[in-house]
Design a protein around this ligand. Sequence first.
Ligand code: ATP
Length: 371
Amino acid sequence: MAASAQPFEPPEPIAQPILQLRGVDKIFDDFAAVDRINLDIYEREFFTIVGPSGSGKTTMVRMLVGMDKPTNGDILLRGERINDVPANKRPTCMVFQSLALFPHRTVGQNIEFPLKMRGVSASERKKRALELLDQLRLPQSYYGKMVTQCSGGERQRVALARALAFDPEILFFDEPLSALDYRLRKLLEKELKDIHRETGKTFVYITHSLEEAMVMSDRIGVMNKGRFVQIGTPREIYGSPHSRFVSEFMGEVNVVDVELGREGAVIDGAGHQYRAPVVPADFERGSLVVRPEDIRFLQAGEPADNRLEGMVQNEYLLGSRVQYQVRVGEKQVFLVEKLRDQAPEGGRDGVVTIGWDARDSMIFALNRLQQ
Ligand code: ATP
C-alpha cells in the first residue's frame, strides 16, 4: 500500500512535517531501488525505517541526507525543495555504523570538530564538549582520552556526541548499533530514546531489527522492494500488520496455508478447520497467522475457538520464557511461547492440546502475500 494512505495523528508535541517526500524514486539502470515514495516525517519524531536487506533503506536515506539525488520526485525540508542542496549545506547529520571518528585524536577533539569548523572559541568548544559528554553518559575525564582507547559502546556515544555538536535539525542513523553485542545494544537503544526526548531533535533511524525499532520509535515504516508496505506506530505494526510479510517481519509467527472452508471457517491441507477473524468476502486462499505467545496449552474442557492435539518435540529456554515446538499430525509444527511457569502438562504419551481464539489470529488473502 502507498505510504501516504496511512492515517496518522501526530501526537503532541509532534506537529509539523519537517521532511516530506513527494513521489520520490531512485532508478539504477531500469531497477527502482526506491519506488515512488510519499512520506511525511514530523518534527521531533523518532521515525524508523525497517526492511530486509536490499529493500532500499540505505538508498532512501542517502537521498534524504543529500548524498544522492532522487531520479524523480521532490524532497522538502519545512516546505522548501532540497533535492539539489548538497549534504554539507543541509541542517542534517548522519551517524554511521562505521562511526567515522578520527582515530588519532582525543574524545574531546572529535566532539569539538564541528564547532572548530564553525570558528567557535576554544573555551566555548570545551564547555559544549563537556556538556555533551554528560548528556551521553560518558565521564568528563574522557575528554582527554584517545578514541582508540574507548570501547565500541563508548565510541558509539562519542560519535553521537559529535553529531549533536553539529546541532542538526534532523539526525539520521544507519544501523549504528549493529556491530555491538546484545547487552550493550539493548542499553544504548534505551539511552538513544532518552537522548531523543532530551534533545527534542527529529531522529530518522535505519535498522534490520524490528525489535530495535519497536523499543525506540514513535513510528515505523516497513520497506519491501523499494516501497513502504506499512507505516504506523509500533503498536499498530505489531498488533495489526497489513500483510503476511509484515507479520513475519515482526518476529517468529505460525503461518498456516488455508482455503475457505464451511460457515466462515478456513481449512488447511490436512483438513483442520480453523475459526478465524473476519474472513474477507472474496477470500479463496491465503494464510492464517498466529503468534507463538497467543497459543495456549489447554486443560481438558478449557474452551478455545481452535484446538489441536500434538506432541512437544523440542523446547528452548529463552530466559524468562520457553518456546515449544509442537508437532501436529505428520507435517505441521506450531511454535508456542509461554512463561517458564506455564509449562504444558503432557497427557498420556506426551500428547498436549494447544489452542487459541479466533481474535488472536490474523488472516491474509493470497493477493496480499506479494506485498
Ligand atoms: P541492506 O540492509 O543490506 O543495507 P538496504 O535495504 O539498505 O539493504 P539498499 O542498499 O538501499 O538496500 O539497496 C536497494 C537495492 O538497490 C539493492 O538491490 C541494491 O543492489 C541496489 N543498489 C543500491 N545502490 C546501487 C547502485 N549504486 N547501483 C545499482 N544498484 C544499487
